[in-house]
Write a protein that binds this ligand. Structure first.
Ligand SMILES: Nc1nc2c(ncn2[C@@H]2O[C@H](COP(=O)(O)OP(=O)(O)OP(=O)(O)O)[C@@H](O)[C@H]2O)c(=O)[nH]1
Length: 572
C-alpha cells in the first residue's frame, strides 16, 4: 500500500558556515548563455518536429512543445531576427505569446488549451500532503566527481521558453490528466503522537483499505502485542501498521522510514508522506517533508506528551519538526491536536495547546492565517473526515473536520517552465536490469523514452516507465510524486540525494556553498574554525533559482543547529 523511503539514521557530521570564495565568472556565463540558444529541434518525420527539451514529437502545426512549452526552434530563429547566438526571446520584440499576454490571439495554432482564467475556477487541485517536507539541504553522500559537467547556471533554460504558452499548457495538461489538483502533505510530529494511526485511519475511512485488509492488520497487531511484552494496547497499532510496514517498525512500534500513500478529498488528490517522529530518524523526516506542499503537524494532547514535544533541549520533535517544515518552505500547516479522547475532549487543554504552540509557530514564521487547528481523536474517529459525533467535542468545536481543513489549503504553484529536477528519495531494483527512482519532480517534466542525466555522477539513463501515485503514466510533471524506471544505469551507482536532470541542463554540484543561515536554539556554539566545506559533492541550486533545491539545514550531533538558504553555489 505505501511506499517507503529510508535514509538511515542520522550520521551527519558537523559542517557549518561559509568562507571566502572565488568570484563568480559572469562573463563565462554570458558566453555559455549565448551558446544555449543553439536549439536542436530536429524534424523527425514529415509533419512532426521533435522538442529539444523533452523530446516529444509534436505536430507540425504547434509552435511550441505540447508538453513542456519550449518554443519551436524555427520560430525562435525567426524571432531572433537571425541573431542565432542570442536568447530566443530578447524582450525587445514581442514573442508570439506576448500577444496573448497583451490580450490578443494565441500563437499556438490548434491549441487545445482553454485560456488560463477560464480554467482556474473549474480545476480541482492535487495537493501532496507529505508527512515530511521537500528536500532541504540536498546533502547527499559523497560521490565521485562528475567530469565535464556543465551546470544549470551556464545555460538558461527559461530563455528558451515562452512563459505564456507554458502557463496555458500547464492548465490544459492538468485538465486532461485529472479533474483534481494534486497536493502532498507531510504528517510530522513528536514521537508517538499518532501520525501513522492518523494516516491509516484516513486511508480506511476514505476507502483506500478494504475492511478485509483492516481486519488482518488488527489481528496481526493483536498477535504481536501478545507475543511482545513491551507493547500494550492490543490492536491499537492496527491503523499505524497500514503505514508502518516493516517488521522492525512493527516490532518497535515506531515509524523509521517515510511511507507514501494517497487518497482523494473533494478538492485534492492527496499524497500522504508519513514521517517518523523519533529523534534518530529526523533525516528521514526531512526527506519526506522536503516533498510536501503542506504539513499536518500531529500533536499528542495528553498531559506530559505535548510538553515533551515542546521541550527545547533538543528532544522536542514538535518544535524541531515545526522549525524544519517552515524552513523547507512549507507555509501552510494544519495542527491536528490528537488523542483528545484521553482528555475527555477538554476545550481548556485544546486552547492551552493552541496558545503555547501558536506562539512558537509564530516565532518560526508561520502566518496565523495559514495555520489551522483541529481537535481530533484518531482512535475514536472524531473529527477526521466528518464532524465530531462525541457530544463532549461537538458541544464546543464547530470548525472544519481534518479533511475539510485539507480541502481549505491553497493549491500549490508548480513550475514546469524550468528544466527537470527530480531529487531521488529512494532507489529500488526493477525488472530487466532497470532501476526505479522515487521522488518528487520539483521543476520540469519527464516522459517515457527520454534521456535523463543523473547528478552528481553525470551518467545518462533512459526513462523506461513512469508511475505517479501507483498508476502508469507517460509523463510526470513538476509536483508529481513519481517512480521513474531507468535503463542504462547501474543500481549501485544510484543513491538517495542524487538528482535526475534534463540532460542539457544539469543541476549545479558543489562542495562549497555560500549560505544565509538562521541558527536555532543550540547549546553548543558554532565556533570559528568549524568545518566549512561539505564532506561530499551535493546537488544544489541557488535559492533565487530553485527554492526546493536552494534550502539547507545544518545538523550536528543529531540535532538541527541551523536552517538556511543557498546564496551562492561555489561550483566544483
Ligand atoms: N488514546 C488514543 N491513542 C491513540 C490515538 N492515536 C494514536 N494513538 C496511539 O498512540 C500510539 C502511537 O501511535 P502511532 O500512530 O504509532 O504514532 P506515530 O506518531 O506514528 O509514531 P512514530 O512515527 O513512531 O513517531 C499507538 O498506540 C496508537 O494506538 C488517539 O486518538 N487516542
Amino acid at each position: 500500500m505505501s511506499r517507503k523511503a529510508n535514509h538511515g539514521i542520522d550520521y551527519d557530521e558537523d559542517y557549518y558556515d561559509y568562507d571566502v570564495y572565488d568570484d563568480y565568472d559572469a562573463e563565462e556565463e554570458q558566453e555559455e548563455y549565448g551558446k544555449s540558444t543553439v536549439v536542436n529541434q530536429s524534424r523527425t518525420k514529415p509533419g512532426i518536429w521533435r522538442c529539444s527539451i523533452c523530446t516529444l514529437d509534436n505536430d507540425d502545426s504547434f509552435t511550441s512543445c505540447e508538453i513542456c512549452g519550449t518554443v519551436r526552434a524555427s520560430l525562435i530563429d525567426s524571432h531572433s531576427n537571425g541573431q542565432g547566438g542570442k536568447a530566443p526571446f530578447e524582450f525587445n520584440s514581442p514573442s508570439p505569446d506576448d500577444l496573448v499576454s497583451a490580450g490578443k490571439t494565441s500563437s499556438k495554432i490548434n491549441s487545445k488549451a482553454p485560456t488560463r482564467t477560464s480554467n482556474v475556477c473549474e480545476k480541482k487541485e492535487t495537493v501532496e500532503f507529505h508527512e515530511k517536507t521537500e528536500r532541504m539541504g540536498n546533502i547527499c553522500p559523497p560521490v565521485s566527481k562528475p567530469s565535464q559537467i556543465k551546470t544549470s547556471k551556464t545555460r538558461n533554460f527559461a530563455d528558451y521558453v515562452d512563459q505564456q504558452v507554458l502557463c496555458k499548457d500547464m492548465h490544459s495538461i492538468d485538465l486532461k490528466k485529472s479533474s483534481s489538483h494534486r497536493k502532498s502533505n507531510s504528517n510530522v510530529g513528536h514521537v508517538d503522537s499518532g501520525k501513522s494511526t492518523l494516516s491509516g485511519r484516513l486511508l480506511q475511512l476514505l476507502g483506500r483499505i478494504s475492511s478485509k485488509e483492516m481486519h488482518k492488520y488488527e489481528r496481526d497487531a493483536k498477535e504481536k502485542c501478545i507475543t511482545n511484552g513491551r507493547m500494550q494496547g492490543k490492536g491499537s497499532f492496527a491503523y499505524a501498521w497500514v503505514m508502518d510496514e516493516s517488521s522492525e517498525e512493527r516490532e518497535r512500534g515506531i515509524t523509521m522510514t517515510v511511507a507514501v500513500a494517497h487518497f482523494n478529498s473533494k478538492r485534492y488528490r492527496v499524497v500522504v508522506l508519513d514521517s517518523p517522529g523519533h529523534k534518530d530518524f529526523v533525516p528521514n523526516m526531512i526527506s519526506g517533508t522536503t516533498q510536501a506542499d503542506a504539513a499536518i503537524l500531529v500533536v499528542d494532547a495528553s498531559v506530559g506528551a505535548f510538553e515533551a514535544g515542546m521541550d527545547g533541549n533538543g528532544v522536542g520533535q514538535t518544535r524541531e519538526h515545526a522549525q524544519l517544515i517552515r524552513s523547507f518552505g512549507v507555509d501552510q500547516i494544519i495542527i491536528a491536536v490528537n488523542k483528545m479522547d484521553v482528555l475527555d475532549y477538554s476545550r481548556d487543554r485544546f486552547d492551552l495547546i493552541k496558545v503555547q504552540l501558536g506562539s512558537f509557530l509564530h516565532s518560526c514564521g508561520f502566518k496565523e492565517s495559514l495555520v489551522s487547528w483541529v481537535p481530533i481523536s484518531c482512535m475514536k474517529n472524531q473529527n477526521l473526515v466528518t464532524a465530531a459525533s462525541d457530544v463532549l467535542l461537538s458541544s464546543w468545536y464547530h470548525g472544519p473536520s481534518l479533511l475539510e481543513a485539507i480541502d481549505s489549503l491553497q493549491p500549490p504553484v508548480r513550475d514546469i517552465t524550468k528544466p527537470l529536477r527530480m531529487p531521488i528519495c529512494d532507489v529500488q531494483s526493477g525488472a530487466s536490469g532497470q532501476v526505479t527512482c522515487n521522488g518528487k519532480l520539483v521543476t520540469g517534466a519527464v516522459r517515457n523514452g527520454s534521456k535523463v542525466l543523473v547528478m552528481p555522477i553525470g551518467e545518462l539513463a533512459t526513462v523506461r516507465s513512469i508511475e505517479c501515485d501507483s498508476r502508469k503514466c507517460s509523463i510526470a510533471r513538476a509536483g508529481d510524486n513519481a517512480s521513474v524506471s531507468l535503463q542504462g544505469i547501474d543500481l549501485g551507482h544510484l543513491m538517495s540525494g542524487m538528482v535526475l536532470c534534463h540532460q542539457d541542463f544539469p543541476v549545479a554540484v558543489a562542495t562549497h556553498l555560500e549560505l544565509k543561515v538562521l541558527i536555532l536554539d543550540i547549546t553548543m556554539p558554532i565556533l570559528i574554525g568549524t568545518q566549512v566545506v561539505l564532506d561530499g559533492t551535493v546537488c544544489v541550486e541557488e535559492f533565487s533559482e530553485c527554492r526546493p533545491l536552494g534550502r539547507v539545514f545544518l545538523r550536528a550531533l543529531g540535532n538541527t543547529v541551523a536552517v538556511g538558504i543557498v546564496n551562492r553555489v561555489i561550483e566544483n
